[in-house]
Design a protein around this ligand. Structure first.
Ligand SMILES: [Zn+2]
Ligand SMILES: [Zn+2]
Length: 176
């Protein structure tokens, strides 16, 4: 099985040069190297995005849509990224549509740090139901106060995310 965390147990080197540090960061990131050669089950890609099957599927169909460019997490996104998130959402829906997954059985969203497993922005694209109640909990959604904001949970629905970003907000675990 594919192990995303190849850095565990490695010695940390002291690096003073910022440019090298950034370069090093993306070279350590598994999702920056999401290719079939590296064991990823890539189902679709273009110059900007890659879609691959989740290696630990929580639902019968479970994909990840990622930008090829390294973006740490949903927390880093601002209003300027709303279009990118919309594109990722659109791609996710096309993948599920191809599999004839009805709209009511689709779940698309982001894990909010520190509850994300890989620090490279990835949109979970799932066809319900979940394989277990524990897995369901991992992707729990809670609506915010006015029904459009994100509530207190570690999984942000893609639609909620777009709405928050377009209003100039940021996606966090606690909405305040
Ligand atoms: Zn990355
Ligand atoms: Zn995740």
């Amino acid at each position: 099985m594919l192990n995303y965390d190849l850095t565990r147990g490695k010695k940390i080197r002291r690096i003073d040069d910022t440019a090298f540090k950034l370069d090093n960061l993306s070279s350590r990131c598994m999702f920056c190297h999401a290719t079939p050669d590296n064991g990823f089950d890539v189902v679709w890609e273009n110059d900007t995005y890659t879609v691959f099957k989740d290696n630990r599927p929580a639902t019968v169909q479970h994909f990840q849509v990622i930008p090829k460019r390294h973006i740490e997490s949903v927390k880093c996104l601002t209003k300027a990224d709303a279009d990118m998130v919309r594109e990722m959402e659109w791609i996710g829906h096309r993948v599920l549509e191809d599999l004839d997954v009805p709209a009511s059985d689709r779940r698309l969203g982001f894990h909010v740090p520190p509850f994300n497993s890989v620090s490279h922005l990835h949109l979970h694209v799932q066809a319900l139901p979940y394989k277990s109640s524990l897995m369901k909990l991992e992707f729990l959604l809670t609506p915010g106060r006015n029904g459009s904001d994100k509530g207190i949970s570690w999984f942000a629905d893609v639609g909620q995310t777009v709405r928050i970003l377009e209003k100039g907000g940021r996606v966090k675990v606690l909405s305040c």
